[in-house]
Design a binder for this molecule. Structure first.
Ligand SMILES: Cc1cc2nc3c(=O)[nH]c(=O)nc-3n(C[C@H](O)[C@H](O)[C@H](O)COP(=O)(O)O)c2cc1C
Length: 225
C-alpha cells in the first residue's frame, strides 16, 4: 500500500513536471492578483489578433497573377484608405485607380520613352506588373499632405492584405511620370485637381510570390525616460 502511494506520488510529480513548459514560471509562487493578470494575458495571447497578424505578415509583392482586383474589393480597400487619420481631416489627397491594361501599357511605354538614357525594360517594370495601379496625389498647399497620403496608402495596403490581396508602394513611377514632358499627357489623363502633385503609387493584385520578411532594426526604437 505504502509503495503504491509513493509510486503514485512520483507519477503525479512527473506529470506536473511535464505540463510545465521549460520557461513557464511556477504559478504557485505568485500572488492571486498577479495570477489573474497573467491568465488574462494568456487568454488574450491565445486569441489571434487579426490586425497585428496582418501588419506583421504583410510583405511587398513584386509578382502578380494577371487578373486585376475586382472593383467591389477595390472599393473596400479604397474606403479603408480614405478612413485613414489625416491632418485636420483636410483629406489632402486625391486618388485615381487604373485597372485598364491598355492604359497601364501606355504609361509604361511613355515612361520608357521619357527616359531614353535608362534601360527601357527596367523603367517599364517599375509598376512591378501589378494589374491594378492606384495613383495618389497630394495637396502641396498643406504641409502635412505627404503624411496624409502615406497613411492612406498604408490603410489600403493592410486592408488589401487582410483580404488576400497583395500590394506594393512605389516611388519610382512617381519620378518616371513627373520628371519629363513625354508623360505629361498621361498624368493629365489621371485628372487630378489643379495644383495637386502625384506623390505615391500603390500596385495591387493577387500575389504570385511569397517573399520572406525583410529584417527591421529594433535599435532604431528607444524608450526615453
Ligand atoms: C515610399 C515607398 C516607396 C517605394 N518604392 C518602391 C519602388 O519604387 N520599387 C519597389 O520595388 N519597391 C518600392 N517600395 C517597397 C519597399 O522596397 C519595401 O516596402 C521595403 O523593402 C520593405 O519590404 P516589405 O514591404 O516587404 O516589408 C517602396 C516603399 C515605400 C514605402
Amino acid at each position: 500500500m505504502k509503495k503504491s502511494i509513493i509510486t503514485l506520488g512520483i507519477l503525479c510529480a512527473l506529470f506536473a513536471g511535464c505540463k510545465q513548459k521549460p520557461n513557464e514560471p511556477d504559478k504557485e509562487k505568485f500572488e492571486p492578483v498577479f495570477m489573474e493578470a497573467m491568465e488574462a494575458w494568456e487568454q488574450q495571447q491565445s486569441q489571434e489578433n487579426q490586425v497585428i497578424t496582418t501588419i506583421m505578415e504583410r510583405r511587398s509583392i513584386r509578382k502578380y497573377k494577371p487578373q486585376a482586383v475586382e472593383r467591389d474589393k477595390m472599393d473596400i480597400i479604397l474606403r479603408c484608405g480614405i478612413n485613414a487619420p489625416n491632418g485636420q481631416n483636410k483629406q489632402s489627397w486625391e486618388v485615381r485607380v487604373v485597372d485598364n491594361p491598355q492604359l497601364l501599357d501606355e504609361m509604361r511605354e511613355a515612361m520608357a520613352k521619357g527616359h531614353p538614357d535608362l534601360n527601357p525594360e527596367m523603367v517599364k517594370g517599375c509598376f512591378r506588373d501589378a494589374p491594378t495601379m492606384v495613383f495618389i496625389a497630394r495637396d502641396p498647399a498643406y504641409d502635412f499632405s505627404a503624411y496624409d497620403c502615406g497613411l492612406l496608402a498604408e490603410n489600403m495596403v493592410l486592408s488589401a492584405w487582410s483580404m488576400g490581396i497583395g500590394s506594393i508602394c512605389l516611388g519610382s513611377p512617381v519620378r518616371f511620370l513627373t520628371d519629363n514632358d513625354v508623360c505629361k499627357p498621361l498624368v493629365e489623363k489621371l485628372g487630378f485637381s489643379e495644383g495637386y502633385e502625384l506623390s505615391l503609387c500603390v500596385g495591387f493584385g493577387y500575389p504570385d510570390e511569397a517573399p520572406a520578411a525583410k529584417p527591421r532594426d529594433w535599435n532604431k526604437v528607444q524608450y526615453v525616460d
